[in-house]
Design a protein around this ligand. Structure first.
Ligand code: 3PY
Ligand code: MG
Length: 249
């Protein structure tokens, strides 16, 4: 089943987390811990695109979306050939970029995705099978995480083949001059505008939340088609800090 593939919204909202560490055990333990989906980060994380095939082998049937380092055809090819359920392109600000991503991410006749043989194609054992179903079973998702992206949202949402939008509130807050202050009213209004516009356009919408508490408190939480909560390294750091803080503090 394609992911994200859910309009109108799921209840409960499928929840995942951001995986940035290239150790296959990290991805595996996120699956074992019950993530509904995985956000595999090749933008800010330590995971390099050539490592993806080996990492994704441990995900079982849990869908994984790979965040690309940048909008680049080479990145699209490597991520999709590694066998993920879709790509997330950071900071997309105009419809032309979306059109290019869809073109690079879909086989003809929808686009011009280059034909390689990777884990996605069963290393050749499912070559024609993947070519036949990939346009349906993989998604091109773009991040809206700047004021410019919000300004151009309507034309972005109108691009045929767009599979979803993922809101990055942290970069959005930075572009609005208040980096990290995601609860600022202007940032919250912008986020809500993106959520509502996606709903109206029938485009699945997801968002990053730093903590479970932030997700639970969000007024738009039930409107999301998918959400990512937290980051592997941050979970580890906070758990270690909690466990080793001096008694009584
Ligand atoms: C952001 O908040 O900027 C993100 O990209 C989170 O994924
Ligand atoms: Mg971001």
């Amino acid at each position: 089943m394609p992911f994200p593939a859910v309009v109108p919204p799921h209840s409960p909202v499928p929840l995942g987390t951001i995986v940035t560490m290239p150790d296959p055990r990290v991805l595996e333990l996120c699956v074992l811990a019950g993530c509904d989906w995985l956000f595999v980060d090749c933008e800010h994380g330590a995971i390099a695109l050539p490592q993806l095939g080996a990492l994704l082998a441990g995900k079982g049937s849990t869908p994984a979306l790979v965040r690309l380092p940048a909008d680049d055809e080479q990145h699209v090819k490597q991520a999709l050939d590694a066998g993920c359920e879709g790509i997330i392109c950071p900071r997309v600000e105009d419809a032309e970029t979306v059109r290019r991503l869809v073109d690079h991410g879909k086989y003809p006749p929808l686009g011009s995705r280059s034909v390689g043989i990777g884990r996605a194609h069963g290393y050749g054992l499912n070559f024609s099978g993947h070519l036949a179903e990939a346009n349906e079973s993989t998604s091109v998702v773009v991040q809206i995480e700047s004021e410019e992206g919000v300004r151009n949202l309507d034309e972005i949402l109108a691009v045929p083949g767009l599979g979803g939008v993922f809101i990055g509130p942290y970069d959005l807050s930075g572009s609005m001059g208040v980096p990290g202050q995601v609860e600022t009213p202007a940032v919250r209004r912008a986020v809500r505008h993106v959520v509502d516009s996606c709903k109206e356009a029938g485009v699945p919408v997801g968002q990053f939340f730093g903590t479970r508490a932030a997700f639970d408190a969000a007024e738009s939480r039930d409107l999301h088609d998918f959400a990512a909560i937290g980051i592997d390294t941050v979970f580890l750091a906070t758990a270690v800090a909690d466990a080793t803080r001096p008694s009584g503090s």
